[in-house]
Design a protein around this ligand. Structure first.
Ligand code: HEC
Length: 497
């Protein structure tokens, strides 16, 4: 058990095994936790070290010396709810330097006025951190978004490479961050080599090469007064967890990039709740969205080619030594491109969106490419129906394997369930408003804005349970908990209608 089960931690990260130790972080920064990463002995499970990404209660001695420094960048009483800063993706290791690299997520609350009295950089939120693999001791960090309040995690993949920079081969670490900037760092020292936006960015005009800090545009922060802030990228990032890939032969990084703007607004008089998101921020997706695959030259920090998609939230990427780039997309196509030029070589319909990155392997001299299909993740869950701008919103979970000359065809899909007529409207306006607010806070994160589903979990408008007693056994008692629909009674005190 790598987390305190009494706190709202979740774990979404794949562990990595490094030098006989299992290294893993956790998630839950939206709910109210304090982030850290742990290393366990692979044989015995004994905890070898733990690195906290956010300073704890100042009344207690810091768990690591560097946290005393970090605490100077925080204000108020952030530790009471943990401060966030979880490590939910991205872990890389350089055996020669014996450093483990990981990215740290957003803060809790997102809203910095509630989190840290609108002040301070809040180490190590939205930072890339390097620690000694044997001891977990701090080596360096680079903070991509100081004092973040737009959910700009720094947990996108960290790719290690040797790149020729100004005539010298440098050991670098590369990240296409959610905040829209592509970072190239010296992975020995953490020094910024270069940073450039790979999608349009409204929150900063660039990154100062001397200080390594973003140059924030005026008026981008929202505060307790309720002044909204409209930004690109938004909380789903210019690049999220869908893996990017590097081909050392072309020298290019292939990034599943997107433009999903967001309007952020402070929740007035925000109070933390025992369940649900505690971000202190109300968000609305902007509707003019885009998604594309870009081939990025990390040495010159420029785009070399691009493949446009119908919308955002497309799949992770496989780059092969045979000059191929392979990616599935949200519209339900699986395609191969020439890695150097971007020419599309092949594409096939797979009946469902693909978000996972493909893998390739060889058996008896024959090469295979495997990928998981399935629509899901934060975008369709939260955005609901609007996510069908990206194309195919059916969620068909399969493992698909391709080879040259493969003959199998996919079976056709069953028809989608029909929309039911809504039950008669019997409630008065205040009751409807309360229901709307409750749905928004507790249900919309999976069942979509205004209960219009995005194709991942059941669209409640098609549900036979809307107007019958089974509703209570599902929503309050957890009749479908095995399928991922948690019981709400333990958190609401409600039991019977
Ligand atoms: C963390 C994601 C999540 C949240 C939050 C969530 N649900 Fe669900 N819900 C699911 C999943 C997944 C299923 C499908 C379960 C299955 O089929 O076994 C489901 C199924 C349902 C169903 C049954 C639909 C059908 O026709 O099969 C109802 C009703 C429902 N949810 C209502 C709600 C309500 C009301 C809320 C807010 C109080 C809520 N859900 C919050 C994930 C969620």
């Amino acid at each position: 058990m790598t987390v305190d089960p009494d706190k709202p931690y979740t774990i979404t990260q794949a562990p990595r095994v490094i030098k006989g130790r299992v290294v893993i972080g956790n998630s839950g920064a939206e709910y109210g936790v304090r982030g850290y990463i742990s290393a366990y002995d692979a044989e015995t499970g004994a905890l070898a070290w733990r690195f906290y990404t956010v300073p704890g209660d100042p009344a207690n001695p810091p768990e690591q010396p560097i946290l005393a420094e970090a605490a100077k960048t925080w204000h108020g009483e952030w530790w009471k709810e943990g401060g966030g800063g979880t490590v939910w993706e991205s872990l890389s290791y350089d055996p020669e330097l014996n450093l483990i690299y990981f990215g740290v997520s957003n803060g809790l609350e997102w809203n910095q006025s509630y989190r840290s009295e609108s002040q301070g950089d809040n180490w190590f939120l939205s930072s890339i951190v390097a620690v000694n693999a044997d001891t977990g001791a701090y080596a360096w960090h680079y903070q991509c978004t100081p004092g973040e309040e737009w959910d700009f995690d720094a947990v996108q993949q960290l790719i290690l490479a040797n790149l020729p920079i100004d005539g010298v081969t440098r050991k670098v670490l590369m990240q296409a961050n959610k905040n829209g900037f592509f970072y190239v760092l010296d992975r020995k020292t953490g020094q910024l080599i270069s940073a450039k936006n790979f999608t349009p960015v409204t929150w900063a005009s660039g990154v100062d090469p001397k200080t390594g800090r973003p140059v924030e545009n005026p008026d981008i922060r929202y505060d307790k007064t309720g002044k909204p802030s409209s930004q690109l990228p938004g909380a789903l990032g210019a690049h999220s967890w869908q893996a990017m890939a590097f081909n050392p032969k072309t020298g290019l990084v292939y990034v599943p990039a997107q433009e999903i703007g967001m309007i952020y607004e402070a929740v007035k008089d925000f109070q933390t709740a025992a369940i649900g998101w505690n971000i202190g921020t109300a968000t609305t997706f902007k509707s003019d969205v885009k998604g594309y695959l870009i081939a990025w030259d990390p040495v010159h920090q420029k785009e070399v080619w691009r493949a446009n998609y119908q919308g955002p939230w497309n799949g992770g990427i496989l780059a092969t030594a045979g000059n191929l780039v392979i990616q599935g997309n949200a519209a339900g196509f699986f395609s191969a491109y020439r890695a150097d030029t971007g020419e599309k070589l092949w594409s096939t319909s797979v009946q469902s969106a693909v978000l996972a990155a493909p893998a390739t392997y060889e058996i008896d001299g024959e090469q295979y490419i495997a990928v998981m299909s399935g629509w899901g993740g934060a975008y369709p869950l939260m955005q609901g129906k609007g996510s069908d701008k990206s194309g195919n919103t059916r969620n068909v979970s399969r493992v698909l394997v391709f080879k040259l000359g493969g003959k199998t065809t996919l079976p056709s899909l069953p028809a989608e369930p029909a929309l039911l007529a809504p039950p008669p409207d019997v409630a008065d306006a205040p009751t409807v408003a309360t229901g709307n607010a409750l749905f928004d806070r507790f249900c919309s994160v999976c069942h979509g804005q205004a209960a219009v589903g995005g194709g991942v979990v059941p669209d409640l408008r098609t549900s036979p349970f809307i107007a019958v007693d089974a509703w209570y056994s599902i929503v309050l008692d957890g009749a479908l908990r095995q399928g991922g629909m948690a019981p709400f009674a333990p958190y609401t005190g409600l039991r019977d209608p």
